[in-house]
Design a protein around this ligand. Structure first.
Ligand code: BGC
Length: 760
């Protein structure tokens, strides 16, 4: 008996050994040859010299020195292929000869720049978003990069947060679809990394967009249930799409910094969702745990590793302290082994052990980057990412009309590229003025200061340069008086047929470390708009921004408002395509646009409260509302106009009673009642009327972008199953609770029509 047990046990061991994958065998063997110090070295990531970030800039020789000692697993932020090659050479010649992984913040395109992610999301076109990530992957990999710090999938409900620009908006379902599309775009849809695929890094894990009061890096106070229902889905969707890595976030959650939060990294991401890649910290996030008030570098490094973090970006906490922690028995060698294995696995999957230079192709660099084809695609993408917020019959413009192009953003190329664009070609981005002047006769005037306060304007324009390149000559802001700028714009407006005012935010006003308490259009720009309005000329406002802005003061001044975000390398062309009607706008908002900053956080999928108040009715005491402002947004989530018009039928259900394991189809007829063909984003929302926990008044559960020729109708069918009707209950169980659900369809989250479905 005992003998046969031993035989079957050894058989089991044999089977387990022989069934090991080639990767496991390779890494077992490699790990067997590594010293503990070399293993720790793999957990270390540094930025390349000259990389501009809000953290320290590493010196080239410091990286080289570490590499020589085998103490670096990867480098990020280097665009120069010669440097990458040199690094790889040293890595292979030193220590264990393990190739480096090369990362980069490729956020919305690489050298060819697409609209910022918030803009991209307004296309609601997952194929387009996937293709844009694919194009970015091709360019990045042709520049030697094999790992991109994207997609950024942080849900955000507070437009004060500058980093809302980097994500897909306020809705978890839409955010999840975008997350998947981007992961597929970067990594490809199969399991193999080809040389034009890159590994995605999903960030910022987790809940970073919940920063209190929209202040960057601020604490996040959310319940686990609200986190799971309102924020976590995109991170999960990215995992399901096979994302290779995650980046931990700067914020704390439940009193524990995310970078050492075991519940987030180990319990949820790894154990519950089955993630088997590696997790890197955000830049200097381990060291920042000292400031969070957790302990010294040794303490925070140990705790981060033990919580499931694998790689340290720019803190030198792992290389600096883990060896000592092992000696003292504070950290187990096995924890280091786990982390090291995950990083080696990533390198293996990227094919770097087979050929460490497989991404370093000078030929690809010369032929595949910033090509006319890529630029043409960037133009196409940007055409689909412009939200028409208002149009009193002034758009499209007539080609040949005399246009006064005015405003501080009209001739600013960097505002086209937007935040997190590290393209060498930013200054070549097609400006709005350039794009318009290629179509029709124009004049140009700057029209106003960007901001009233010169010191703040200098900060948002030149802060980074002052920080990282002191001594660089910087032109003075406010070189001409505001009144003179306005007068010049007005004079040109008087001589024109129509005015196109290009206003909004430059990239320094959104993105990382760029939160605002006032999200209105700066008053200097409003002053200009008022003066232009007084000329009586038709006034088109082209809004460049990285966040939903409070346009309450702008709305009555403008005959049309086109929100173009930061539209990318081909921005000016793509905007002109829409302004002059070559393209019919079809984008819709993925964030609510507030009437006032005082409404924030503002999001369509809010709870009802016990004393609900209708969104567009005035103040009534003892209901959940404000004395001085409506509850509803100025422009709701899902909103956007077209040059044609669409009408919607009521939704019709295939059955009004659905068994909990069954399905139901909701159908809606959408008719193009205008004179132009157009694309319409048809949306479906649900509301779980009674549940064991309170549920949002509306939740997006499906959408479809359809092309509808003028005068024609299209029937759009949405099939729902219990997955679409489920949520995380108070015990964090994913449940579909029988009962009545409202099923709503419409062109946006406000203007929906509803039928009731009973789930049995
Ligand atoms: C940002 C990340 C970025 C990293 C590396 C950090 O400051 O939060 O989004 O990927 O820097 O550049």
């Amino acid at each position: 008996m005992k003998g046969s047990l031993i035989i079957s046990l050894s058989l089991l061991v044999l089977v387990a050994c022989t069934s090991k994958s080639p990767m496991d065998k390779y890494i077992d063997n490699l790990m067997g040859q590594l010293t503990l110090e070399q293993k720790i070295g793999q957990l270390n990531l540094h930025s390349a010299p000259g990389f501009i970030s809000a953290e320290k800039v590493m010196e080239e020789d410091e990286n080289a020195k570490l590499l020589n000692q085998g103490l670096l697993g990867g480098v990020y932020g280097a665009t120069n292929m010669t440097i990458l090659r040199q690094y790889q050479d040293i890595a292979l010649q030193s220590g264990a000869g393990i190739p480096l992984i090369f990362g980069m913040d490729v956020i919305h395109g690489h050298q060819t720049v697409f609209p910022i992610p918030l803009g991209l999301s307004t296309s609601w076109n997952m194929e387009l978003i996937e293709q844009s990530a694919r194009a970015a992957a091709r360019e990045a990999s042709a520049c030697g990069i094999n790992w991109v710090f994207s997609p950024m999938v942080d849900i955000c409900r507070d437009a004060r947060w500058g980093r809302i620009a980097e994500g897909g908006g306020e809705d978890p379902y839409l955010g999840g679809e975008i997350a998947k599309a981007m992961v597929y775009g970067y990594q490809g849809r199969d399991d193999v990394y080809d040389t034009d695929d890159v590994m995605a890094c999903v960030k910022h894990y987790a809940l970073y967009g919940g920063a209190l009061a929209g202040r960057d890096y601020n604490s996040v106070f959310l319940s686990r249930q609200e986190a799971m229902n309102g924020y976590m889905h995109p991170y999960k969707a990215a995992c399901e799409a096979g994302a290779g890595s995650y980046m931990s976030s700067f914020n704390e959650f439940e009193g524990i910094p995310a970078t050492m939060n075991k519940w987030l990294m180990d319990d949820v991401l790894r154990k519950s969702w089955g993630f088997d890649g590696f997790i890197v910290s955000d830049a200097t996030a381990i060291a920042e745990e000292i400031q969070h008030g957790i302990g010294d570098l040794q303490e925070v490094s140990a705790r981060s590793l033990q919580a499931g973090l694998d790689m340290d970006m720019n803190s030198d906490g792992f290389v600096g302290t883990l060896l000592q922690s092992v000696k003292e028995g504070r950290v187990k060698e096995a924890d280091i082994d786990h982390a090291c294995r995950r990083i080696l696995e990533a390198k293996y999957k990227l094919g770097l052990f087979e050929d460490p230079y497989r991404y370093l192709s000078e030929e690809r660099y010369a032929t595949e980057v910033y090509t006319p084809e890529n630029l043409a695609f960037a133009r196409k993408v940007a055409q689909e990412c412009q939200v028409l917020l208002k149009n009193e019959g002034v758009l499209p413009l007539r080609k040949g009309a005399k246009v006064a192009v005015v405003g501080p953003l009209a001739a600013d190329a960097s505002s086209m590229a937007g935040t997190w664009s590290q393209s060498n070609h930013n200054a070549e981005s097609v400006t709005l003025w350039q794009g318009i002047s290629e179509v029709t006769p124009t004049t140009f005037a700057e029209g106003s200061w960007l901001l009233r306060d010169a010191a703040i304007e200098d900060g948002v324009r030149y802060g980074l340069i002052r920080m990282f390149a002191p001594g660089t000559p910087i032109p003075p802001v406010h070189a001409r008086p505001q009144a003179a700028l306005v007068a010049e714009a007005v004079a040109q407006a008087r001589r024109a047929d129509v005015v196109v005012a290009c206003v909004g935010e430059i990239p320094g006003m959104n993105g990382e470390g760029a939160s605002r308490t006032d999200i209105t259009l700066p008053d200097t720009q409003v002053e200009m708009l008022k003066a232009l309005k007084a000329t009586g000329k038709p006034l088109v406002v082209v809004l460049v921004s990285g966040r939903p802005m409070d346009l309450t003061a702008v709305e009555p001044l403008a005959d049309a408002i086109l929100n173009v975000w930061s539209p990318g390398s081909e921005g000016g062309h793509a905007v002109a395509d829409v302004l002059f009607g070559d393209v019919n706008p079809s984008a819709k908002l993925t964030t609510s646009f507030p009437r006032s900053v005082g409404q924030l956080p503002l999001y369509y999928n809010h709870k009802n409260t016990g004393r609900p108040h209708p969104d567009y009715e005035p103040y009534r005491k003892f209901t959940s509302c404000y004395t001085d402002e409506l509850n509803g947004p100025l422009y709701p989530f899902g909103y956007g106009l077209s040059y044609t018009a669409f009408s919607y039928s009521e939704p019709v259900l295939s059955t009004t009673e659905m068994p909990v394991d069954g399905s139901v189809t909701a159908s809606v007829m959408v008719t193009n009642t205008g004179k132009r063909d157009g694309d319409e984003i048809v949306q479906l929302y649900i509301h779980d009327i009674f549940a064991t926990s309170t549920r949002p008044v509306k939740e997006l559960k499906a959408f479809r972008k359809v092309h509808i020729p003028a005068g024609e109708s299209v029937k759009v069918d949405f099939t729902l199953t219990k997955e679409d009707l489920s949520y995380y209950n108070h015990e964090l169980e994913w449940v579909c609770e029988p009962g009545d659900f409202e099923i709503m369809t419409g062109p946006n989250s406000r203007d929906t029509q509803m039928v009731t479905l009973t789930v049995k």
